[in-house]
Ligand binder design. Structure first.
Ligand SMILES: Nc1ncnc2c1ncn2[C@@H]1O[C@H](COP(=O)(O)OP(=O)(O)O)[C@@H](O)[C@H]1O
Ligand SMILES: [Mg+2]
Length: 348
């Protein structure tokens, strides 16, 4: 059996999903959940349309797979504008950014993914572009160097970040709309799964949908990925409909356990408890222990465990909560606080 265990995941593979692109919602009405975000965006778009103006700059934050990229495309669709996409880490120097900005036409949407990873000097170039629709460029060098101000068309920047806490205040303040995406409810995920199965011409019964939705970590991308794996198993075994039994069997085979945690999640919890006495453990240490990028731990594995109250973040590192011991079936230490150490930060 092929093992697509978590160790082989990498951030770029988790962020961009080539599969299911045809399932990307094309209209807001096809976008399930995030009601408050969608309502506010619709008002912004409608108002901009009435004024025949481009929509203000918009920032989306939240864990991977919740629909940031999809929403950026939806905004462009609704504004009947085209979209140009790039990503923070691809911008080595201000010139890279200026090249894109100066090519934008009025009303065009510039989608900048992973905006928290923009180099400092590039970020500073972005400030005047966002605020005054101009950039200063330096030509020549030494005594002959001159600064030229280049005017830009009124574009709309849509930024996306998995780490809103890493964004500087000057950058954040230049976004007229700032939206934090929350994990989806099982009901919302169930709707997404139903629509996906319909357009894939797959049969799935309701208990199977509910089961998959409950194991998707509140994340549409994961729901769609699990669905695809289950479809593989069902097709190979020649069944016509995805049943709960088939879904259970498939998830077990790919190592997805209770609450949708995968092997890596469970290993992280187990390591914090068994190797570090329950914590606190720094992200650096966990990264070294698991040979995994800190970003992957902090952006992919931790957010949902924090939401479930299995993990808590403290200034000195991650700690396992009482719930984590119970989840893994380990004996809860005597001095453990009764209530889980909930922390309701937004995973910055
Ligand atoms: N609300 C939603 N309704 C339907 N499908 C969604 C929704 N949000 C995300 N998806 C699907 O989930 C996948 C991941 O979404 P994406 O926008 O790439 O997430 P992000 O950019 O936040 O990592 C895509 O296949 C997308 O079509
Ligand atoms: Mg994305």
């Amino acid at each position: 059996m092929p093992d697509d265990g978590p160790r082989m995941m990498n951030l770029s593979a988790l962020r961009g999903d080539n599969e299911f692109n045809s399932l990307r919602p094309q209209r807001f009405t096809e976008f399930a959940g995030q009601k408050q975000v969608v309502d506010n965006l619709s008002v912004m778009i409608e108002a901009a349309r009435l004024r025949s103006e481009p929509i203000e700059h918009i920032l989306f934050s939240g864990p991977p797979g919740l629909g940031k990229t999809t929403l950026a495309h939806l905004i462009a669709n609704e504004m009947q504008a085209s979209l140009v996409a790039s990503s923070g880490p691809l911008m080595d120097k201000p010139g890279d950014l200026v090249a894109i900005l100066s090519s934008l036409s009025a009303g065009q949407v510039f989608f900048l993914d992973e905006i928290h990873r923009l180099p400092r000097n590039v970020e500073e170039t972005l400030y005047s572009a966002m605020e005054d629709f101009k950039v200063d460029i330096v030509t020549g060098s030494g005594p002959g160097a001159r600064t030229i101000t280049l005017p830009l068309e009124r574009f709309t920047l849509v930024g996306a970040t998995t780490r809103s806490g890493m964004l500087s205040a000057p950058l954040r303040d230049r976004f007229g709309g700032q939206f934090h995406l929350e994990f989806y409810t099982p009901e919302e995920l169930s709707v997404i799964i139903r629509r996906a199965t319909a357009s894939m011409e797959l049969q799935i019964d309701e208990p199977a949908r509910v089961f998959l939705a409950a194991h998707s970590r509140g994340t549409p991308r994961i729901a769609l990925r699990l669905l695809r794996r289950v479809r593989d198993f069902v097709q190979v075994s020649g069944e016509a409909t995805i049943t709960e039994l088939a879904a259970r069997d498939a998830l077990e085979r790919i190592g997805i356990g209770r609450l949708g945690l995968d092997r890596m999640d469970r290993e992280i919890l187990r390591a914090i408890i068994q190797r570090f006495g329950g914590g606190p453990v720094g992200l650096e240490t966990l990264s070294a222990v698991f040979h995994e990028e800190k970003d992957v731990l902090a952006e992919v594995h931790e957010p949902y465990m924090l939401k479930l109250g299995l993990l808590a973040r403290t200034p000195r590192g991650r700690v396992a909560t009482r719930r984590a011991y119970e989840y893994l079936g380990l004996e809860v230490p005597r001095d453990m606080p009764e209530a889980p150490l909930f922390e309701d930060d937004n995973l910055a």
